[in-house]
Write a protein that binds this ligand. Structure first.
Ligand code: HEC
Length: 120
């Protein structure tokens, strides 16, 4: 490898490290706000519905329900009744997997409520 090539490699590595450090450090500072207000993103105050959504649904529907591999769930409360939406989560539909064996009825109710009220 030429001297120039090696220098370029060093710079690239340095930039990647800086980027990683910035990403890793960025979240930590904000988590310690003393008085949580409605809508704070702190994972420690997460509701059951938010936790289920983050761990089970966000991978396909996006962290804010904005859609990713799967369609957006924003405004789902205007498109489906609670019963219909619960049925989709329980039984699946198309490429959407069923969750009856993975989640309790209470967890499904919580995540349905979360998607109807907390996604904007
Ligand atoms: C493996 C990817 C995947 C995961 C994980 C997933 N979904 Fe879905 N979901 C989909 C796809 C794909 C569709 C569209 C289904 C269709 O075309 O009929 C969908 C559709 C839906 C719908 C109907 C949307 C509409 O507009 O009619 C709801 C509600 C829904 N998902 C909720 C959830 C919830 C709640 C979770 C977590 C418990 C979840 N999904 C997890 C892929 C996923």
């Amino acid at each position: 490898m030429s001297r120039q090539g090696f220098a370029l490699l060093l710079v690239t590595v340095a930039i990647s490290c800086a980027a990683l450090w910035a990403c890793g450090g960025g979240g930590g500072g904000r988590a310690s706000s003393a008085t949580p207000t409605a809508g704070t993103k702190g994972a420690s105050r997460e509701t059951a519905g938010a936790r289920v959504f983050r761990t089970q649904c966000a991978g396909c529907h996006g962290t804010r329900g904005q859609g990713n591999l799967a369609p957006s769930l924003i405004g789902i409360e205007n498109r489906l009744s609670v019963a219909d939406q619960t049925a989709v989560v329980q039984n699946g539909r198309g490429l959407m997997p069923a969750f009856t064996t993975k989640l309790t009825a209470a967890e499904i109710a919580a995540v349905v409520d979360y998607t109807r009220t907390q996604l904007h």
